[in-house]
Design a protein around this ligand. Structure first.
Ligand code: XMP
Length: 330
């Protein structure tokens, strides 16, 4: 059997941009996946992000119930995300989906941890542990599917970053890799996802960091402040969608810093957190400019967030480009 991790994007491969090209790629991949996997079982960590979702949809078409998807909810996902993964993959695509709500595990481990790098390490390490535990409960898995894409390979070859997909699992879990989108660029993955019938909200999703809302709740994460991040993020996404900005602004989110300020609510003194709105545009996330949000939309966001999100009495806008600020806060 050829080692699929050696497969490279052919130099003259046409960029997949049309439904017909996507369909041809899908059919080719289904045949290749069936040949590689045979009647064996495949495991996939399904985050709900574009790449893993497209890999899941391809594998469901190719090998159906031989695929076991594991969706780990680390408690740092956006509002509605775990529900969407369950709805799309278990209910609509009839996938074999193991849903693990590990919120308490993650938040207990993160309690009191203020250092950003430490927080990231805990989230990454715990993720692998939860996933490995689920993998050990399953019998007869021989393959591990991953949403590695072509830029991951190029960046790891260029030494820009170790591409996070490869492995990380403990030594007792050795699987052969399945990487059906490894020769695709991100825009091609989206076209293929659309052709596979995935919802637009999943296919055209803005980038979302692995450590999730954890990096938008700076300092030690508490459940109440995390909830304020999640709720304000949901309002921002809703309002950007109604204003026609969804898909136009590259990335937008809210941050709730760990300080409080004085305000007045219902004629009484309040002492609550601010919500910071961040909305940026970029090509490659190396540099970024700030979106010019219309003032009326800013006013609407402020009114909704201060009245609907518990524990919040101010809304601020981050005007800082990258550099000198990074896009995320931690
Ligand atoms: P920064 O904050 O470095 O972010 O300017 C650049 C882009 O990368 C995303 N980001 C991440 N993506 N895992 C990811 O998959 C991560 O740990 C991570 N950290 C940042 C960030 O959202 C932005 O789009």
């Amino acid at each position: 059997m050829a080692d699929v991790t050696q497969i490279r994007r052919p130099e003259r491969m046409e960029r997949i941009a049309t439904p017909a090209q996507a369909q041809a790629f899908i059919e080719e991949q289904i045949a290749a996946l069936r040949e590689q996997i045979g009647d064996k079982k495949v495991l996939l960590a399904l985050s709900g992000g574009v790449d893993s979702s497209v890999v899941a949809a391809l594998l469901i078409k190719a090998v159906g119930k031989q695929l076991v998807c594991v969706h780990v909810n680390h408690g740092l996902l956006r509002k509605g995300e775990p529900e969407q993964v369950i709805k799309v993959f278990r209910d609509q695509m009839d996938a074999n989906l193991v849903y693990v709500d590990a919120t308490d595990r993650f938040l207990d481990k993160l309690a009191g941890v203020t250092d950003p790098e430490q927080k990231r390490k805990i989230i990454g390490g715990e993720f692998i542990e939860v996933f490995a535990e689920e993998a050990r409960k399953l019998d007869g898995i021989e393959f591990l599917a991953q949403g590695t894409i072509w830029p991951d390979i190029l960046e790891s070859e260029a030494g820009v970053k170790a591409h996070h997909n490869a492995g990380g699992l403990p030594d007792d879990l050795k699987f052969e890799l399945v990487e059906p989108v490894r020769i695709l660029f991100k825009d091609e993955v989206r076209v293929v996802g659309k052709a596979l019938g995935l919802p637009a909200g999943m296919v055209y999703r803005q980038p979302f960091p692995g450590p999730g809302l954890g990096v938008r709740c700076p300092g030690a994460i508490t459940r109440d402040r995390l909830e304020a991040v999640r709720e304000s993020d949901a309002i921002l996404r809703e309002e950007f969608a109604s204003a026609g900005l969804e898909g136009k602004v590259w990335q937008y989110f809210t941050v709730v810093p760990d300080f409080k300020s004085t305000g007045v609510k219902d004629g009484k003194r309040s002492f609550e957190w601010p919500v910071i709105i961040r909305a940026i545009n970029t090509k490659d996330a190396m540099t970024a400019t700030v979106e010019n949000i219309p003032f009326e939309l800013m006013q609407k966001l402020t009114a909704r967030i201060t009245s609907e999100v518990e524990g919040v009495n101010r809304v601020l806008y981050d005007f800082t480009p990258k550099p000198c600020a990074t896009i995320e806060y931690e």
